[in-house]
Write a protein that binds this ligand. Structure first.
Ligand SMILES: Nc1ncnc2c1ncn2[C@@H]1O[C@H](COP(=O)(O)OP(=O)(O)OP(=O)(O)O)[C@@H](O)[C@H]1O
Ligand SMILES: [Mg+2]
Length: 319
């Protein structure tokens, strides 16, 4: 089997006139723990429901563990353990009863079912509460039960919709640790709103905004992007075109991108210069402006943090 465990191609979903997901294309390789990050309504749950064959996309397709969601949904479901956003746990049921029920739903019987139960109870450290009713459990323990039911048929792929939401920091840390353990042998996609969360849990982050994927990066690279300075240069417009100005600054130092920012007032031209590394380009920008006969009205260095990056990527103003 290839190392691509999930491959989504041009996934699109419309609910009436609402475009919940638009042309989402991404891959997840075996062994990766990928964070699906985005604000409310971005399309995270929609994507997960499509991958788990709970809903059909309006366009595009996906393969999970080599099986196509349209051609072989049974194989897709078999390959996936799913923790839905609002886990429908039966509060009157005992933990063990519920897990038995979940195992049977997955087609396990007899000794296979018993072995599966023992394995997931141990994996999720539920041993002390198997005889309790689910309603008695703390939210953190309920989430463990949710994870246990997702793992019962030993799926190679886990899809977890906001597994840490609503947990206090201690419980969240325990669940995070558990996901890391589980993720050692499996491919995991988890969704969250929480930036800090993906940094500690995920090897890669897909950022989704208004139904579109806007970033696919490692947390470290995102953080590096966040730590990067950028320089906002305000010039007197005179007879210079934006293209000329961009050309002047793109040869400065090791500038990576030079983009024009809408002018704040008539007669001004504002460009943003982003360096490849973390170099302070202010002196170079000044010299380049002088030698190109540009009148420098302002030069400002701005830093960005991870939150800025997230907001830029997920708000219209930053798009
Ligand atoms: N069954 C549905 N009928 C109509 N619209 C829906 C339905 N499900 C989702 N939507 C809409 O699709 C968009 C994406 O919703 P989705 O639940 O995928 O977002 P999400 O990223 O999971 O958000 P959250 O972080 O709040 O869970 C939203 O605009 C939502 O209102
Ligand atoms: Mg959701």
């Amino acid at each position: 089997m290839s190392d691509v465990m999930i491959e989504a191609r041009d996934l699109t979903k419309h609910y009436g006139t609402v475009a919940a997901l638009q042309n989402a294309t991404f891959r997840v390789n075996r062994g990766e723990v990928v964070g699906f990050l985005g604000p409310n309504g971005a399309g995270k749950t929609t994507t997960m429901k499509i991958l788990t064959c709970f809903i059909a996309p309006s366009g595009g397709t996906a393969r999970v563990a080599g099986a196509d969601i349209f051609e072989d949904p049974i194989a897709v479901r078999r390959a996936i353990g799913y923790l839905p956003e609002n886990t429908p746990l039966y509060t009157e049921m005992l933990v063990l009863e519920y897990l038995e029920f979940a195992g049977k739903m997955r087609g396990l019987r007899g000794s296979e079912l018993q072995a599966g139960l023992r394995k997931v109870v141990e994996e999720t450290s539920l041993g002390d509460v198997v005889g309790k009713s689910i309603g008695e459990l703390s939210k953190g323990f309920r989430q463990r039960v949710g994870l246990a039911q997702a793992l019962i048929h030993e799926p190679p792929v886990l899809i977890l919709d906001e597994p840490m939401s609503g947990l206090d920091p201690n419980q969240a840390a325990e669940i995070r640790e558990l996901i890391r353990e589980i993720g050692r042998e499996r491919t995991v996609i988890l969704s969250t709103h929480n930036l800090a969360e993906v940094q500690v849990t995920c090897s890669r982050v897909l950022i989704i905004s208004e139904g579109r994927l806007v970033a696919d990066d490692t947390p470290d690279d995102l953080a590096a992007r966040a730590g990067k300075p950028r320089f906002v240069v305000t010039l007197r417009k005179d007879d210079h075109s934006a293209a000329d100005v961009r050309a002047v600054f793109s040869s400065v130092g090791n500038a990576q991108t030079v983009t024009e920012v809408a002018a704040s007032s008539a007669g001004e031209l504002i460009v943003e210069v982003v360096p490849k590394g973390n170099d302070d380009l202010r002196a170079d920008i000044f010299r380049a402006a002088v030698s190109a006969d540009l009148v420098l009205l302002g030069l400002e260095q701005r830093g960005e943090n991870l939150e800025d990056i997230f907001r830029q990527l997920t708000t219209k103003a930053g798009a």
